[in-house]
Each structure stands twice: as C-alpha cells, then as structure tokens.
Design a protein around this ligand. Structure first.
Ligand SMILES: NC(=O)c1ccc[n+]([C@@H]2O[C@H](COP(=O)([O-])OP(=O)(O)OC[C@H]3O[C@@H](n4cnc5c(N)ncnc54)[C@H](O)[C@@H]3O)[C@@H](O)[C@H]2O)c1
Length: 412
C-alpha cells in the first residue's frame, strides 16, 4: 500500500493553480540567477581582481618621475631585447617606466629573466603579464597615469609563422587592439609609439625604401601582421584622437640581443668550429640587410617619445586631430651577410667554413636598403655605430654572457 500522502502530493502537483505558479517560480529563479551572474561579471570587469599591496608599490615606485618635465611610460615587451634597452635608457634619464612582459618561450626565458633582473637593479619593475589581458591593463592604467606607451611586445621571428601562425594573430593583432582600446579609454590618453617593422616593404624592388612607398604585398605573415598594425593604429588615430608613431625597425643587433637571429647562430658556430649556412638569393646574389646597432635604435625610440605630440581624445571621444607618424629606423647602408660573417671572424680571430645555399625564394626578402632622411629631419635621428664597432660590442658581451666554449674546453 502506498503511503496516504503520495496521492495528495500528486494531486497537489496536478492542481492547475500549482501548475500555473510553477513555471513563474522557475522563471523568477532563473532571472535572479542570470542577474547575479551578470552583476558579478560586470563588477569583476569594472573592479578587476585586486593585486597585492607590494605589487602596487612596485608599480608606483617604478613609475616615479625623477626629472622636471619627465614622462611616465608603459613599456610592453620590456624583458625583450629592444624593450630592456629602451626601459633602461628612459629610467636613466629620470623618466617613470613600468614594464610588462609575458616572458613567452619563443626563445630562452632565462635571457629575458636576466634582463628583468638587471632592470630591477636599476629601478624598473616588469609586470609578469600578457597585454591581451584587459583586466591587467585596466589595473595598470588605474594605478599609473601613463603619458606614453612604448609598445614593443610582439610575436617576433619570420620563419616561426609557418609553424604557429596563430601566435602572430594573437601576439601582433589581437594584443594591439586590446592595448589601443585601453589607451583610447584612458583619461588623459597617452601617446603611443610602437614597433612596426622594415619587413612591411616585402620584396619591393624600388630602393631605398621610403615611408611614402606603397607597401603591398607583404611576403611573410609576420610582415602582414605589422602592416595590419599600421592600419589599425591609423584607425585609432582618426577615430579616437590617439597620437601614434609607428617605427619600422630594420635588423637590430647588439648586446643582450635575440638568440633567434642569424648573427647569434653565426657566432655560436664560429666558436664551436662548426660550419655556417649562408643563404643566397635566387640569382646567386648575396643577401643584404640593413643592420642597426641597438644604441642607435634606442635613441630613435626615445626621440619618438619626446616628439610624439599629445593625444586629443578623452574617454574614447576624439577632440581634434592628433599626430600620426611612421618612421624608418635603420642605418641607411645595407651590408651583405658574408661581409657580416667576415667581421665576426675578425673580431673572434677565427675562420669558419661557409655552406652557401641558394634560397628557394619564399619566406624572406633578399635585400633591404632604407632611406632614413625623414627620421633624421623629424627626430634628429643619426646612427653613429658602424657594424665593425657594434659587432665588436656584441662579441664582447656574448663571450662574457655565454663564455667561450674553447676557453672552457681548455680549462677542463
Ligand atoms: N629586433 C629586430 O631586429 C626587430 C626588427 C623589426 C621589428 N622589431 C620589432 O620590435 C619589437 C621588439 O623586438 P625585440 O627584437 O626586442 O623582440 P623580443 O622578442 O626580444 O621582445 C618582445 C618581448 O615581448 C614579449 N611579449 C610577446 N608577446 C607578449 C604579450 N602578448 N604580452 C606581453 N609581452 C609579450 C616577449 O616575451 C618578449 O620579451 C617587436 O615588436 C618586433 O616585432 C624588431
């Protein structure tokens, strides 16, 4: 026998009044749930997760300006090659500098960590974070009123795009939009100086490359993302009054440089007594690059910040036109790759066997020759380090940082 209550419960359930009330009770419950989660995500967005007191203290102290008319700069990619040098130069002259870097593993993290430690000793704090993180950017801009953003973070390298194209979309396009959105909404808006690349000129035949040249079509995905960046920054300048300066760097080299670059693998092989592969263009012409020493690039970056002019918008709205500039930053005199190898050999007093390989033609451009007269005029940019001297400095640093394998072998 079923208990007596059962039919009563069933009857109550079947009662038309209850049936009418049930859906409305459920609806109220679901609406309440929806409102609570909506409010929670809204509040999280408006008031991002709190960070520790020491984090805020580090950021504020790093942003502290120590000279009259100094500027306060957010440097993205500050643990990178160019970012670490620019951060140090700004800090040394008394500007406020806060770095942000996600320490990606495209090349050795330990080199980035050592650069970070070095900057730390000089009063520059690097936030370990990704600029795709809107909440992080929001906290940073709520903590410091940045007058300038030096945007150097990127997915670098040309060949890696074949393996991981998505890293370039995320690292060079999505992150740029996220950063510009934050700059657009800031009040006052900072002026933005960012790294484009000389690779936007692609396989252009007309030399030297000038800023007024059309730059279609790019020959690599990396170049495409940089060219897209130039278009995106142009839009933010037109629509939101952001002051924008795009810098087309050519092949930057020097101490604390990037291990993925050719001159790095050359020195390693020379020291280890291994042959090196030297690529040649299809018509058996030597590849040539516009090598530019890091100190000269730093001067160009700092001059760009100093002359950037103000953004005009506030709270996302434009209040007049703001500067939009693009500069080539190179040396103005291309050098062939075999000539570079010879300088390395002279510096190391060693000889290397060269395996010359003809390029299949895809993936990279064979010749770079750049006109830097616009930067000379507008920024007072004037490279002063020749390749012989600059590579000499690089070799000294390399032997200090990595040690000389031959010397190490002898001591074993
Ligand atoms: N070195 C050159 O010869 C050269 C030439 C042309 C253009 N550039 C451009 O100059 C800039 C600096 O180049 P570099 O040679 O110093 O490269 P780098 O790889 O040494 O520095 C870039 C830094 O950005 C960081 N990073 C990448 N994605 C990030 C993200 N989403 N959030 C936070 N940090 C991120 C990386 O960890 C790295 O430390 C890049 O934009 C690059 O495209 C460099």
């Amino acid at each position: 026998m079923p208990p007596l209550e059962e039919p009563c419960k069933f009857q109550a359930f079947m009662n038309p009044t209850f049936r009418l009330r049930f859906p409305s009770t459920m609806m109220v419950f679901l609406w309440a749930l929806f409102l609570i989660s909506f409010m929670a995500s809204f509040l999280t967005f408006v008031h991002p997760a709190p960070r520790s007191t020491s984090w805020h203290k580090n950021v504020r102290s790093s942003a502290h300006i120590r000279r009259p008319n100094g500027i306060s700069v957010l440097v993205t990619g500050a643990a990178g090659f160019i970012g670490s040098h620019v951060s140090l130069a700004l800090k040394n002259r008394g500007d406020g500098v806060v770095g942000v870097d996600n320490f990606d593993n495209y090349y050795g993290r330990s080199l980035k960590q050592t650069r970070r430690d070095l900057l730390g000793l000089n009063g520059v704090y690097i936030v370990d974070g990704d600029i795709n993180d809107r909440r992080l950017l929001s906290v940073l801009f709520n903590t410091v009123e940045f007058t300038h953003v030096m945007h150097l973070a990127a997915q670098v390298g040309v060949q890696y795009a074949v393996e991981n194209p998505y890293a370039y979309v995320r690292g060079n396009i999505a992150s740029l939009v996220t950063l510009l959105e934050q700059c657009k909404s800031a009040d006052p808006q900072p002026a933005v100086v960012w790294a484009s690349s000389g690779s936007v000129y692609g396989a252009q035949n007309k030399v030297p490359f000038s800023e007024t040249d059309r730059v279609d079509p790019p020959t690599t995905l990396y170049a495409s993302t940089k060219k897209t960046g130039e278009e995106i920054t142009h839009t933010y300048n037109r629509l939101h009054g952001l002051s924008i300066t795009g810098l087309r760097f050519f092949t930057v080299y020097g101490p604390w440089g990037r291990p993925d670059m050719a001159y790095f693998s050359f020195i390693k092989n020379i020291l280890q007594g291994k042959p090196i592969t030297v690529y040649r263009a299809k018509n058996q012409v030597d590849l040539a690059r516009d090598f530019i020493y890091i100190d000269d690039i730093v001067k160009g970056c700092v001059a760009s910040l100093d002359t950037s002019g103000k953004s005009t918008g506030s709270g996302g709205l434009k209040n007049g036109s703001a500067p939009y500039r693009i500069f080539n930053l190179g040396n103005g005199s291309p050098v062939t790759v075999p000539a570079l190898v010879t300088i390395l050999e002279e510096n190391l007093k060693m000889k290397v066997t060269k395996d010359v390989v003809d390029m299949c033609g895809d993936g990279d451009d064979s010749f770079a020759y750049v006109n830097i007269s616009l930067a000379e005029r507008e920024l007072g940019y004037k490279p002063t380090t020749d390749l012989q001297t600059g590579l000499g400095e690089f070799v000294k640093w390399y032997l200090w940082y990595y040690g000389n394998p031959l010397v190490q072998n002898r001591s074993v």
